[in-house]
Design a protein around this ligand. Structure first.
Ligand code: F58
Length: 830
């Protein structure tokens, strides 16, 4: 450490304290008890599990802060190029277990706690989830942050500190109800409020011209100002001292806000108005598909963008004077289109505050941005009405118009006066309502446009962004998604983790997942088979206990645990699963005793939230419940078929469900799932997949082989022709029969389900449930057949885990670092 002038002080500090916090059981117990007394403010002689959890969390946090400081000092000294990862959503889940495992102190803390009479696992259950995101995109960001830390990359994540996370799903009478998730109610030990790191964010107002040193400049005079306060969430790497940070911004009233009101004597109203500023970071929008174009949503985007850009520029200017060095020190990753205002904001700062002039500023901007899109659907692309943008951010609208003018002029030179194409590629969409197309802005200004799987990238190149691909083929790339094995095996499946380490003879796979392939050598080893089955059983018991505690339903451990958990959406086809279940029920009902003996018992588990305004998704949830009601209460069926809905599916529930699954379903209509990540988690846990050919499954087949997955349904290239057939499309009789059962009220709520039935019959079946039904039933039969052959099933399960290495976010991040961001590891060695 270099203290310069303060050397004497530094020596004194070193004399007073241990350099590092100690991790022996006595020190840990003292730390925990100190936090009980001084942080939680309870007596050391009397505290409950929740208070013990809080004290434990603070002891862990101390160690995180220590490492994070070391990492920061190291980064400042080395001054490497840094990655700034901008995302409006991070689905972090719980932090305790992941933190102690990554810090390498899990067992030490468990020992210390047991000596105090507490069990680590019990305390870990006290923690609530941080649900600051909707689904796949948000959990991917969390996995990627953890991999960035583990691989020693100098990175910072930026996002919003929503006071209300994703709504809690409550099921009443089979219907979904949403309840607010005021997750900060019990405090959040995992964040550090940086009350001195604040930036003013401006909104509304006017733009004027001013002359400075004979040059003309634009000056934005805002109409409203809000303060952004930093809340830092340390993210520890595994097997390294490096700990990076996820910095989330919270909105607070600004002292400069509306000064006049105070002078006019309207004191109380003025204070109440100030308080409204906080609403900017109050709530996460609960829809992962569509952009609602609300003013508050745009305010959120700009608020987080502006604070992050100020922070990035402040850090750069601390060490550098010349902005031409900016691209050597800064890589900005736009996680989908939500943060793409960053482009206009960086331009604005470089032009209006740093006075670099357009050409220099533009040159810098073109070198620093990379953009990843997570969608295949044109309807999901964010568009902002020009009027809204112009009123909230008048200067940014001017800049976007200028970028667009230059772009279109250049484009004309390259493609001529093809007005249709020019109109499609323009950032400004003309029409009754003029819109700004955020994806076009992001593509035009980024050096790289990434898809999230090979198939997704092909779809971007040939459909969604075809015009841009033809113009700039070099910009288009893909990095197949991945998930972190630390969270999805080590934390969530400790028994499997121990088993893998035992058979591979090393724990090195936790950092180097390619080693998992070594399991292939033992795929037929009977001893491994026994242990592998035992691990699955332990996890099934855990899941069965959860199901019983939650629903009162006792499920048989001999049944196949068949899991379908993800956000509820028509394209993800939970409805296909339900129709399949009805078909199975119908078949069992019509079987004689002898045939019934051959039926493979199943526990069909579905979990997932529907967006609050998404009526069809909510009907699908209700349908599952009415079907479950009927089947679960049919004594004639018994354990042959049981249905379970897991309410409020989130990260911590997933950690319990995934290890306990025998089979998992991924049923999206081909070409609709960009690169599903839950399938990767199931695969790593040795769960077999029943899936369509989609973004990530196509690549999985290459890793594990066609024989180890139950594949079904139309391929991507067949979808358009099938859709075209409309009412002429042939669908199997069994399909018509199960739809009729719903229509005719076999499960009740006849009128309520009419619109749902109408949507999948008579040429309206956009997501092709009817077309894929026969193939789906066949794949289900193949899964049943494999399941009764225990040896075959276990071998397939081992081969799934062994072949899952490619789907680690470590691989994804390394590809991004090397090919897109141009950053190097910067390991903090102590
Ligand atoms: C998801 N997209 C993809 N949000 O659907 C999924 O296949 C993938 O695994 C995941 O991203 C991570 O790459 C997603 O969660 C969106 O696509 C939003 C739609 C609305 C605009 C912003 C993106």
């Amino acid at each position: 450490l270099e203290f310069g002038e303060g050397k004497g002080k530094a020596e004194r500090i070193f004399g007073l304290m241990d350099v590092f916090l100690k991790n022996d059981p006595i020190s840990l117990q003292k730390d925990i008890l100190d936090h009980v007394e001084f942080t939680v403010a309870k007596s050391r002689f009397s505290f409950d599990d929740f208070e013990a959890y809080q004290a434990l969390a603070h002891s862990v946090r101390d160690r995180l802060i220590e490492r994070w400081h070391d990492t920061q000092i190291h980064f400042s000294k080395k001054d490497p190029k840094r990655l700034y990862f901008l995302s409006l959503e991070f689905l972090m889940g719980r932090s305790l277990s992941n933190s102690v495992i990554n810090l390498g102190v899990r067992d030490q803390f468990a020992d210390a706690l047991s000596q105090l009479g507490f069990e680590f696992e019990v305390l870990a259950e006290q923690e609530g989830d941080a649900c600051l995101g909707n689904g796949g995109l948000a959990r991917l960001s969390a996995c990627q942050m953890e991999s960035l830390a583990t691989l020693d990359y100098p990175a910072i994540g930026y996002g919003l500190r929503y006071q209300y996370g994703l709504f809690r799903q409550v099921i009443l009478d089979g219907f979904q109800h949403e309840q607010p998730d005021y997750w900060l109610n019990f405090g959040n030990p995992w964040e550090i409020a940086r009350i001195h790191i604040t930036y003013t964010v401006k909104f509304y107002g006017t733009v004027t011209d001013e002359v400075l040193n004979k040059e003309k400049y634009k000056v934005w005079v805002p109409g409203e100002m809000v303060e952004a306060v930093a809340y830092d969430n340390p993210i520890p790497g595994y097997g390294t001292r490096n700990t990076i940070v996820l910095r989330l911004w919270a909105a607070k009233p600004s002292d400069q806000h509306n000064m006049e009101a105070y002078n006019t004597g309207d004191y109380v109203d003025a204070v109440v108005n100030r308080q409204r500023a906080e609403s900017i970071s109050s709530i996460l929008y609960p829809d992962d598909r569509s952009y609602q174009g609300k003013e508050l949503q745009l305010k959120q985007q700009y608020f987080f963008v502006s604070a992050s850009v100020q922070d990035i520029i402040r850090r750069f200017k601390d060490a550098h004077k010349n902005f031409d060095e900016f691209p050597e020190k800064v890589a900005l990753q736009l996680n989908d289109t939500h943060p793409s205002l960053t482009i206009a904001e960086v331009m604005r700062v470089l032009l209006d505050e740093e006075h670099l002039g357009w050409n220099r500023a533009w040159d810098i901007v073109c070198k620093i941005f990379s953009f990843t899109t997570h969608t295949v659907s044109p309807d999901s692309l964010v568009k902002i009405p020009v009027d809204l943008l112009g009123s909230l951010l008048p200067r940014h609208l001017q800049i976007i118009y200028d970028i667009n003018f230059n772009f279109v002029e250049n484009l004309k030179k390259m493609i001529g006066l093809d007005y249709d194409r020019l109109a499609r590629m323009s950032i400004v969409e003309e029409g009754a309502v003029k819109n700004i197309r955020m994806a076009n802005l992001a593509i035009i200004c980024s050096h790289t446009v990434n898809g999230v799987s090979r198939l997704h990238s092909e779809l971007l190149k040939t459909k969604l962004f075809k015009d841009f691909y033809e113009l700039w083929p070099h910009k288009f790339h893909y990095k197949t998604n991945g998930v972190t094995q630390r969270r999805w095996i080590v934390v969530s499946n400790p028994s499997l983790c121990a088993l893998i380490s035992k058979w591979l003879g090393t724990e090195a796979w936790i950092r180097d997942i390619d080693l998992l392939i070594g399991l292939r050598d033992y795929a037929t080893n009977s001893e491994l088979h026994q242990e592998w089955k035992m691990v699955k059983k332990v996890n099934k018991i855990r899941l069965a206990e959860y199901i019983e505690a939650m629903s009162g339903l006792k499920v048989s451990l001999d049944a196949m645990f068949d899991v379908h958990t993800k956000r509820v959406h028509e394209y993800k086809r939970q409805l296909l699963n339900i129709l399949g279940i009805i078909h199975r029920y119908d078949c069992i009902k019509n079987m004689n005793k002898n045939d019934r003996r051959k039926v493979v018992p199943r526990v069909c588990i579905i979990g997932g939230k529907a967006a609050p305004g998404y009526e069809m998704a909510k009907k699908i949830i209700k349908l599952f419940h009415v079907v479950a009601e009927k089947i679960n209460n049919d004594n004639d069926i018994g354990d042959l078929l049981k249905l379970v809905f897991i309410p409020d599916y989130n990260v911590s529930v997933a950690e319990l469900v995934i290890p306990g699954a025998d089979l998992s379903q991924h049923l999206s209509t081909a070409g609709h799932e960009a690169s599903g990540t839950s399938s990767m988690k199931f695969l790593m846990n040795g769960c077999l997949l029943l899936a369509t050919e989609d973004g990530s499954t196509i690549e999985m087949i290459e890793e594990i082989g066609r024989d180890n997955i139950f594949l079904f349904g139309a391929a991507v290239h067949e979808v358009p022709a099938l859709r075209k057939k409309g009412p002429a499309l042939k669908v199997p009789l069994q399909f018509l029969r199960v739809v009729r059962m719903i229509r005719e009220g076999h499960f009740g709520f006849k009128d309520y389900f009419k619109s749902l039935c109408d949507k999948i019959e008579g040429g309206n079946d956009y997501f092709l449930l009817g077309a894929d039904f026969a193939s789906y039933i066949e794949a289900q039969a193949a899964a049943d057949k494999a399941f009764v052959d225990e040896e075959r099933w276990t071998k397939m399960s081992i081969l799934c885990a062994a072949g899952s290495g490619k789907f680690s976010s470590d691989r994804t991040i390394q590809e991004y670092a090397e090919k897109t961001w141009g950053i190097q590891p910067c390991r903090c060695a102590f």
